[in-house]
Design a binder for this molecule. Sequence first.
Ligand code: HEM
Ligand code: HEM
Length: 157
Amino acid sequence: MRRYSNIQIVLHWAVVLMIIAQWWTAAAIPRTHSPLLPPTASDLFQHKVHNYCGMTIGVLIALRVALRLARGFRQAPRMSNWQDRAAAFVHWGLYAALAAQALTGFIASYYWGPMAGIHRAIWNVTLALISVHVAAAAWHGLRRDDVLARMLPSKQS
Ligand code: HEM
Ligand code: HEM
């Protein structure tokens, strides 16, 4: 595999957009649970968006892992073995962190409130992995190799 398939590319960028939505909406959740103030309509809406987007991310991550295992992976050209291993670690780490985040959020919301602490802790792991991943993407962009193009739409896929 040189490039990701169109469906893998669409899923990658859809999940990126939804993670931004998760980050954006998360702050409204504690406000909907405040014992002092009644929740505003906007906070309740954001809580809803967070829950449904989060569950959708969980489903899409399962789909992405299935596609990834089915299609396999080919090392990008001009990548050394340690770079390839680091990329694999971060990519599988991101899948695991996002799956765990979706699961713990679901449990915290509907079954067991204290799980929220673990949900928040996993966010720090997710954020650290995303930072490394985006820094690596920027490095590939500066280096002008064809790694970024593997995850961008193209006419011949
Ligand atoms: C991969 C998907 C998800 C991401 C990236 C995500 C991200 C976040 C973030 C960043 C926070 C705030 C953390 C903080 O304040 O430090 C948060 C809080 C929360 N999320 Fe999610 N979330 C996801 C999925 C879900 C799902 C599926 C649900 C429920 C169905 C959910 C329910 C909650 C709740 C209830 C809180 C508030 C926890 C509290 O402070 O009491 N999340 N989430
Ligand atoms: C929320 C942020 C992001 C998450 C969770 C994420 C997640 C992932 C994952 C899990 C993979 C591995 C795909 C696989 O092989 O199964 C991947 C690949 C990739 N991502 Fe992201 N990504 C994010 C943001 C970005 C951004 C902002 C860029 C570019 C600026 C980017 C560029 C790429 C590229 C180029 C690849 C392919 C790497 C390769 O072919 O070796 N990602 N991403």
